[in-house]
Each structure stands twice: as structure tokens, then as C-alpha cells.
Design a protein around this ligand. Structure first.
Ligand code: WT7
Length: 629
């Protein structure tokens, strides 16, 4: 690949990087091209199965694809137990640093022990295969332990990001009908305590199915424990019951592993469902090849386990690969903007995977902060969540990577489970492009009719072949799954993104084509923000849009029509911002709220957000023929 002449700004990987790489580039693409089922099967064979599959792929009921049919496995067994009989037994699985500087680490042996104990605790509370368990915590090791313990006993975890608030948590508890909630008393963020338990108590007043609440002590500040419902994690872990058993539930490859809620075009967040078998094969394979995990590496994915990036690339992918994964609790700039660089030096991190918004946020403080630290341990860098602007890419490459670390710009989604469009370490890079589909993945850019567009023409990004870690359904709404992802272009998975493909076949993601806003890489729906606003007594109607923002990528702007009897004031606007923060979470707080008399609508009453956006940007709103007035 490297001898090919490419157009534009291109960075070729060094010989050292190519030679070291697990992925022998051309070979990998070619073998997957020839036989993509064979490619995935070879990867699956590297993992442990209690019983092997009948078929790699069952596509008899498209788009209800099944992978590794009749195979029996357990992802948690592959994350932990398989490492106990070799040199990895004493290897560090997790290294953790708290925002206030505390330090903890877990060997594979210890992580297995803690997970097994907690699995027994869950069993003793009556949690069975198929039951849903919601997890709501900051970035602490117990979050990973709770996820793995659920997987071990076949319960389905639903992690709710610790930055979400009352209504967001309530909705997710209710929709998943969770039996147990695992929560931390609080979390540290920028030196302050986020009152997770208090938020949970409020959400629980609205949610009826939760029988037990297990509380991890993180901050130790005063909280209210409700007798009969609330129990301390550390107390339960000391009971003899925690040592009662060390069995693992044998799971069908297609059994659900987790639900993860994400925002879509309309209404409530939807629960994306992933499975034990295919998801395991996808996360294992992609991390191994893209981030080129080697035995002695220390790998850091700085995302939050509450989002898919953390599920796949803090918890499951690294553990499946027997890697040492670093986890940091707090904010990148606390107490100073060198916090991350300090930890890279201190722990000798080899691979750093983060989001463009974090890079831009750190870039703002200048080169002096990273330059004060020895970052020479870094070998590979990664980016995810939104398109990375070339300026941030070059800074990351030069200042953090010392011009020797390739940047893996990985395009994927909650729905895809693992990387879809991404370079391998041996791929020539173009700043701002995720380069090419991962081996075994077929992506394309198509027009309204579903036909491939010409090079450099904008169109819809689609995936043309199934892949093991694909979502299987939307929990509670299987019809929406088919409608939303597969009906627009028959036979193709519709990503919701627009993109271009250049003359070298490199993909350039432009952004969402639906009503999803990416704020600091977080995925939010305009509908969630609008319904939070409308739930305030003063608001009759609301519309939310995303406008470009230097650090966050996009910022939320909201337009609100007041109910009669309410007066426009700065105080009310601030109250509305706080209300959205309280209901959805601080990340959803609009940057600006404008009180207006009317909103542009179609004749059928749909808000025309593109008109609001064009107006805010001083652009031509385009075709207005459907506008009501
Ligand atoms: C959306 C999915 C999957 C990890 C975190 C996001 C955008 C994601 C990239 C990238 C350009 C990207 C897309 C996608 N996105 N990665 N490397 N370049 N855009 O998961 O919250 O499900 O969001 O994030 O718009 O559709 P998510």
C-alpha cells in the first residue's frame, strides 16, 4: 500500500511502525476481501468457545443477521478466566488513577477474583440470566467489575453515563425494566463531587422496577441509604456469599450482553443491543490490529465507560487481548492542563486514544504543558467521536506524537460495536480522514437512490455487508431497528452520517444527516433537549440545533416559545438552562437559549431546524417551499 501515490497531504508510517504491526496490511485486506467470513472465523477461533458454531453467519432472515450460530461462549470468561493459566495471571489488567491522585491496580488474577465475587453478590440478590442491571458511576474500576460480573452470570448490563441526570437515568431504568441499580455515592469531577446517589434517588422515585440498589463508596460523603433497598457494595463483597461459586454462565453467541442507550432521530433514546459472540469477536479483532496491542504495552483509552468507546475499548477489547489498560477518573485539565501528559510519563503509556474535542481543549493551553513531559513512550495515537479538524490532527501528531506516532482516526458508532472505517498502523494517513474500511467491512457513499456517488461527491455513508459486532436490535422496538437502519436503502445499513470518498478511496466524514448533535463528541438528540425544555412549566414549544463551536465541535442553541403568563428574562433563561442540566445532564445544557414568538414549521407541523440553523449562521436557508409561513 505504501508505494501507492496518494493525493493531498499524506503521512507515511515509518518502517519501525510497519514492522512491529500485528496487521500485515496488504495481507489482511486481501484475505478478508477473498473470504470475509473466513477472516472473521479465523479471529473467532483465537477466542474460547464452550461449543463451536454451526455457521459463521446466518443471513436467512435479513436484516436480522445472526453470527456464530449455536456457538456457546461467555465474553467475561474470555476477558478473565482464559488468562489465569498463563503469564498474564500476574499481569496488570487495569491501572487506575483517581482525580485526587489515588492509585489502584488490578492483576488479571485480582480482577477475576473481584468480578467473581460480585457475580455471586448479584446472584444472591436473585439476578438471573437475561435480567437487566443498570450501572451508574464515574470512571472507577468497580464500573468495569460490575459490567463483567453481569456478563459472567448472563445478566444484561445497561450502563448510564455518569454525566447524565435524573430524567435520562429514569427513562433508561424504566425502558430496560432493570431489577438492580449499581451506583456510586458520588464521583469526582474537576475537584467537585457529582451527587450520583442523590440523582439516582430522585430517578428511582419515578422508576418502579428496581428492587435493590448497590452503592459503591467512592467519595464517602454523606448520602441517604434507604433500608431494605440500598446496600453497600463493600459490605456485600465481604459476605461469605461472595465466595460461594465460581461458575460461568454458558451463553449462546446471540444472547444479549448489554444495552446501551443512544440518541436517534426522534423521541426517546433507543437501547442498542449487543451480543456475547459477535461483539466479542469484533472488539477483540479491531483492537488487536488497529491499536496493535502487544504484550508489554500500556494502553490508555481516555473515553468514559458509559459510552460505547469505553465498553469496547476500555473494558472488553483490552481484556480480550490480555492488555494492560489505564483508566483515569477525572478531567484532563485538573488541577492543571498537564494532567494527562504527566500520567503518560508516569505510567509509560504507549497508546493514547481520545476525542478531537479533548485535543482541541488541551491544544488551547499551548505546547509548553506537554513539552515539559517525556512522552517518548507513545507509539500510536487515536481519535474518535467526530471528524478531527486537520489543525488539531497536526498538533496531536507533532506535539504529542513527536511526528513518529500514526493517528488512528476511527469512525464507528454505538450501533457498530467496533471500528468500521479506520487506518491500520501501516496505512498512509491523511489528516481528517478515517482512511478505509477495516478488513472485512464494505462501506460506500451513496446518493438518494442508493447509487455510489463519484469521488469527492457528498452522499450518505452506508455499510454494505454485515459484521459480527453489529447491533442486533433496538430493545423493545424491533420494528424501529429495521425501519431506521435498513429500510432507507434496501440491503444496506444506513449510518446516519454524510461523507465523501476521495480519488484514493479514502473516506471523509462530514457529519450527521439526522437530528443528532455531537457535542464534545457526545451524542445527543435534539428531541431530548427539546422535551426537557418543554417539561418546564414556562415553555410551550422548543427547538434545538447544533452550531459549530471551536472546542466542542458543536454547541447546542435552543429556541423557546413561552406559555402565556411568562415574561422573557435573563433569569428565566438561566433557569431553563439549569433545568435541561437537571433533567438530561450538564452536557446537554444549551450554550444559548433565545426566546422567540414563533418557530419555522412545515405545513404538517414539523420544526424546520435547518432554517433555524441557516438563519443563525447567516446562510441562505435554501428551499422554503414546505415552510408554513
Ligand atoms: C457518530 C456515532 C463510536 C465511538 C463514539 C461515538 C461520529 C464517530 C468519528 C470519526 C468522524 C465520527 C459519527 C457517528 N463519529 N467517530 N472518527 N470521525 N465522525 O459513538 O455516540 O454512537 O456516535 O459519531 O457521526 O455516526 P456514537
Amino acid at each position: 500500500m505504501s508505494e501507492q501515490k496518494l493525493s493531498g497531504e499524506v503521512f507515511y508510517p515509518s518502517k519501525e511502525v510497519i514492522e512491529k504491526a500485528n496487521a500485515k496490511c496488504r495481507h489482511l485486506y486481501e484475505s478478508a476481501e477473498k473470504d470475509f467470513l473466513g477472516f472473521w472465523e479465523t479471529e473467532a477461533n483465537e477466542l474460547h468457545w464452550f461449543k463451536k458454531w454451526d455457521n459463521v453467519l446466518d443471513d436467512s432472515k435479513k436484516p436480522l443477521y445472526k453470527w456464530f450460530t449455536k456457538g456457546m461462549t461467555n465474553i467475561a470468561y474470555n476477558c478473565l478466566d482464559v488468562h489465569l493459566n498463563n503469564a498474564r495471571r500476574n499481569k496488570l489488567a487495569f491501572i487506575w488513577e483517581g482525580e485526587r491522585g489515588e492509585f489502584r491496580s488490578y492483576s488479571y488474577f485480582a480482577l477475576h477474583r473481584e468480578t467473581n465475587k460480585f457475580a455471586n453478590v448479584l446472584r444472591s440478590l436473585g439476578v438471573k440470566k437475561g435480567d437487566r442491571v443498570t450501572i451508574y458511576m464515574g470512571r472507577v474500576p468497580e464500573l468495569a467489575i460490575a459490567m463483567l460480573a453481569c456478563a459472567r452470570i448472563g445478566a444484561i448490563h445497561s450502563v448510564v453515563y455518569g454525566g447524565f441526570s435524573v430524567e435520562a437515568l429514569h427513562e433508561r431504568l424504566e425502558d430496560s425494566q432493570s431489577k438492580v441499580l449499581i451506583v456510586a455515592d458520588g464521583a469526582y469531577q474537576r475537584g467537585k463531587i457529582v451527587e450520583l446517589k442523590k440523582i439516582a434517588d430522585e430517578a428511582l422515585q419515578r422508576a418502579a422496577t428496581v428492587e435493590s440498589v448497590l452503592v459503591v463508596k467512592r467519595t464517602g460523603h454523606e448520602i441517604v441509604m434507604q433500608p431494605g433497598r440500598d446496600m453497600w457494595y463493600h459490605e456485600l463483597m465481604h459476605l461469605p456469599i461472595a465466595h460461594s461459586d465460581d461458575s460461568v454462565e454458558k451463553m449462546d453467541a446471540e444472547d444479549p450482553l448489554f444495552l446501551l442507550y443512544t440518541s436517534g432521530t426522534t423521541g426517546k433514546p433507543k437501547a442498542i443491543m449487543h451480543t456475547h459472540g459477535g461483539y466479542m469477536v469484533g472488539t477483540y479483532t479491531t483492537l488487536k490490529y488497529v491499536f496493535d496491542i502487544h504484550e508489554q504495552d500500556r494502553y490508555w483509552c481516555a473515553a468514559d465507560p458509559g459510552w460505547i468507546t469505553g465498553h469496547s475499548y476500555i473494558v472488553y477489547g483490552p481484556l480480550l487481548n490480555g492488555a494492560t489498560s489505564f483508566m483515569y477518573e477525572g478531567a484532563p485539565t485538573h488541577p492543571y492542563p498537564n494532567r494527562w501528559w504527566q500520567m503518560i510519563e508516569k505510567y509509560g503509556i504507549n497508546i493514547l486514544y481520545t476525542a478531537p474535542t479533548a485535543i482541541r481543549g488541551l491544544m488551547k493551553f499551548g505546547e509548553a504543558w506537554p513539552n515539559r513531559h517525556n512522552l517518548s513512550s507513545l507509539r500510536l495515537l487515536g481519535s474518535v467521536g467526530e471528524p478531527i479538524n486537520p489543525e488539531a490532527w497536526r498538533w496531536y501528531h507533532k506535539v504529542i506524537g513527536n511526528e513518529k506516532c500514526p493517528i488512528m482516526d476511527t469512525w464507528w458508532q454505538t450501533e457498530t460495536g467496533s471500528f468500521m472505517i479506520t487506518p491500520l498502523p501501516c496505512t498512509p494517513l491523511k489528516p481528517g480522514s478515517g482512511t478505509k474500511p477495516f478488513p472485512g467491512i464494505k462501506a460506500d457513499v451513496v446518493n438518494e437512490e442508493g447509487k455510489s456517488v463519484k469521488p469527492n461527491e457528498e452522499g450518505y455513508l452506508v455499510i454494505k455487508t454485515p459484521w459480527p459486532s453489529m447491533l442486533r436490535t433496538i430493545w423493545n422496538d424491533p420494528e424501529r431497528y429495521v425501519k431506521q437502519y435498513w429500510n432507507r436503502f434496501p440491503g444496506m445499513y444506513m449510518t446516519g452520517d454524510s461523507a465523501k470518498k476521495d480519488e484514493d478511496g479514502y473516506f471523509w466524514i462530514i457529519g450527521r444527516v439526522d437530528d443528532v448533535i455531537k457535542v464534545s463528541g457526545y451524542r445527543l438528540g435534539t428531541a431530548e433537549i427539546e422535551s426537557a425544555l418543554v417539561s418546564h412549566p414556562s415553555v410551550a414549544e422548543a427547538a434545538a440545533i447544533g452550531l459549530p463551536h471551536e472546542i466542542k465541535g458543536n454547541a447546542i442553541y435552543a429556541y423557546v416559545i413561552l406559555r402565556t403568563g411568562y415574561e422573557k428574562s435573563e433569569k428565566l433563561i438561566e433557569e431553563l438552562r439549569l433545568h435541561v442540566g437537571h433533567e438530561v445532564g450538564p452536557i446537554a445544557k444549551p450554550e444559548k437559549i433565545e426566546i422567540v414568538e414563533s418557530l419555522p414549521k412545515t405545513r404538517s407541523g414539523k420544526i424546520m431546524r435547518r432554517v433555524l440553523k441557516a438563519k443563525a449562521l447567516g446562510q441562505d436557508p435554501g428551499n422554503l417551499s414546505t415552510l408554513e409561513e
